[in-house]
Design a protein around this ligand. Structure first.
Ligand code: IPM
Ligand code: MN
Length: 372
């Protein structure tokens, strides 16, 4: 298959983790005889510095004309601490989601057996967890009208949802549930919000087309508690933009590190694949950022194009890395492996290279690695 892939590394640790994902995809193209062409473009704080815009026109045009987008992270502490800033890096991502019509954000959460103890939660409670978020991504509080009065003393963010916006993501969530454990949980705040009551009505209607799938409803405050108390009760979690943003970060605790989580943002024509984590600027360039999320996002990209064998190779490679404790320090504080070494390990796995053998447990436990 020929694929043109836009690479938007963004800010902070974005470039170094995306580099590993790109390497993995390159190895896949070699091993499975595909042609992937990568083209880099700026977005976020780095783009503001260069062009004054968080999403330069050139970047948008590239994204509109590629098959898929590999994305890193966006943001800079400089802007977080400046509420007056007129242009913010995050606007670049939000605009891109809107321009590309990426209405569904898919975030799978399935802790690796070997990493159960990396989570602050009890192991018994995590066992059997396998859930996926279907977060609405182009509506709700993120995109409603925003106001700030002249005195700067009163601000509003409008939350609005149309039936159509709810229907399209609901279909994706139910179709996914049908292939999984056949359960959709709609998370909302229907005891307070009018938009949530519309979600309940519309989702109930859509559910009739999927008789094998059970639908239940959970208020978002209860959901926040259940996610850390009984995470294995969930299969597909369908929810609005802001709730999904917050809950998926919370759920990342189940996997031991937000660094292992990947996501796909899907629309009718376009798609972005990105790790869930942020820019973690503090450790930028230190070769300690976890590249699993970015590499797994590349696997989600392959799946999106029906390249299941290829995606599986990456999933298996990550599984193997986890088993051999070839992980970054967020998962094992004593680890001697950095971002780059993990990328190399995955490449070796994909290409069936013998070097992989050097990563056996003995070498790892005495702190020796032959890979530089
Ligand atoms: C995410 C991020 C973004 C969001 C930010 C960077 C705008 O937190 O993808 O979850 O809030 O959607
Ligand atoms: Mn977020």
């Amino acid at each position: 298959m020929n694929l043109k892939i836009a690479v938007l590394s963004g800010d902070g640790i974005g470039p170094e983790v995306v580099m590993q994902a790109k390497k993995a995809l390159y190895a896949i193209s070699t091993a499975f005889d595909h042609e992937f062409i990568f083209e880099d473009a700026f977005i976020g704080a780095v783009a503001i510095e260069k062009s004054g815009k968080a999403l330069p026109t050139q970047t948008l045009n590239l994204c509109l004309n590629t098959d898929a987008i590999l994305f890193g992270a966006i943001g800079d502490p400089k802007y977080d601490n400046d509420p007056e800033a007129k242009i913010r890096p995050e606007q670049g991502l939000l605009q891109l989601r809107q321009e590309l019509g990426l209405y569904a954000n898919i975030r799978p959460i399935k802790p690796y057996k070997e990493l159960l103890d990396a989570s602050p939660l009890k192991r018994e409670l995590l066992e059997g967890t396998d859930l996926v978020f279907y977060r609405e991504l182009t509506g709700g509080l993120y995109f409603g009208e925003k106001t700030l009065n002249e005195e700067g003393t009163l601000a509003t963010d409008l939350c609005s949802y149309s039936e159509e916006e709810i229907v399209r993501i609901s279909h994706l969530a139910f179709a996914a549930a049908q292939k999984r454990r056949k359960k959709v949980t709609l998370v909302d705040k229907a005891n307070v919000l009018e938009t949530s009551r519309l979600w309940r009505k519309v989702v109930k209607e859509v559910s009739k087309e999927y008789p094998e799938v059970t639908l239940d409803f959970l208020l978002v405050d209860h959901a926040a508690r259940y996610l850390v108390m009984q995470p294995n009760r969930f299969d597909v979690i369908l929810t609005a933009n802001l709730f999904g943003d917050i809950l998926s970060d919370e759920a990342s605790v189940l996997t031991g590190s937000i660094g292992v989580l990947a996501s796909a943002s899907i629309g009718e024509k376009h798609a972005i694949f990105a790790p869930i984590h942020g820019t973690y600027s503090k450790v930028k360039g230190q070769n300690i950022a976890n590249p699993f999320g970015a590499i797994l996002s590349a696997a989600m990209m392959l799946e999106h194009f029906g390249l299941d064998k290829e995606a599986k190779k990456i999933y298996d490679g990550i599984e193997k890395a986890v088993q051999l404790k070839v992980v970054t320090q967020d998962l094992n504080p004593d680890s001697i492996f950095g971002t780059n070494e993990i990328g190399e390990f995955i490449i070796n796995y994909i290409l069936d290279r013998e070097d992989l053998l050097y990563f056996n447990n003995d070498n790892v436990s005495i702190g020796r690695s032959t890979i530089v």
